[in-house]
Design a protein around this ligand. Sequence first.
Ligand code: GH3
Ligand code: MG
Ligand code: MG
Length: 322
Amino acid sequence: MKILIADDDALSRRLLEKTLERAGYEVTAVENGKQALDQLTKLEGPRLALLDWVMPELDGPEVCRRVRKRSEQTYVYMVLLTSKGTKEETVLGLESGADDYLTKPFNAEELRARLRVGERILLLEDRLVEARENMRFRATHDPLTSLLNRGAVMDLLARELHRSHREKRSTTILLGDVDHFKQVNDTYGHVVGDEVLIEIANRLIGSVRPYDFVGRYGGEEFLVVLNSCDPAFAPGRAEELRRSVSNRAIQTAKGSLNLTMSLGALMSSDWGPRPVEELLHEVDTALYKAKASGRDCLRMAQPMTKTEPEAAPLLQPVRLQR
Ligand code: GH3
Ligand code: MG
Ligand code: MG
């Protein structure tokens, strides 16, 4: 475990260093408060610190105060080293944000015992952070494929649409649905169906850029958001996603299966500011058209242009002549 010693007295610093190295710590020793603050606020810096009260640049309590101000970083357990150990000093030290204090000259046994208390607190914090991260992941991800779940990908899409509109860029929304997926379940069982979904999820993730979003929208439906995607490239990128499913067989416990996916797509620049639900409805309609056109294909959602209603009557006679 890393530990920081900040003491301007060279002799005392060396003594602490030796004691702690013998106890198995990875020691960094500095000689003033400013260096201590730098160490404690850097990424991956020590999370356990022994700070002398009186030091040049910044004293021990001031280092504690400044470390505590940075609430975003992980917890640092700080022990102040005082020479007097009066009640007033103790209160002031703890009020400044220190977790504990030790009076000099210190007893090596007591020092180690107090540092073990600090380690227990840090371990507890690690476990809490881990539990919180696990909960956050579970709340936003699909347990089968580990993709974003429907709620999370919709939230990100809504935010992205606002941003792209503000920055006059285009977001491409894709809705993919595996073709005849029910047959996989019916023929090979649900477990193989699950294997297929996991593999397709991986292929989709592998086909987008790191800042695009892929979410599981429903059973065998996937929502892909291509952020700031140049409209000229959107159909090509959508085709790549479609081909990522069909271009090679999927290996499963019951053999390799050839599957395809139909896609509906929409470029936000074609539509202007619209509610997410409305845009998704349009993509869904395009997906339905892809299914109706024989599956394993892509259909783009196109808004009705102003000229279309006028053009419609002209088309009418052509159809009647057939
Ligand atoms: P289409 O080409 O028209 O999309 O046909 P389809 O068979 O893919 O579509 P349908 O909607 O009829 O069937 C989807 C199936 O997906 C039905 C459902 O049981 C299955 N499914 C949904 N979620 C899961 C899942 O998590 N695991 C497995 N194995 N199957 C799932
Ligand atoms: Mg479906
Ligand atoms: Mg399907």
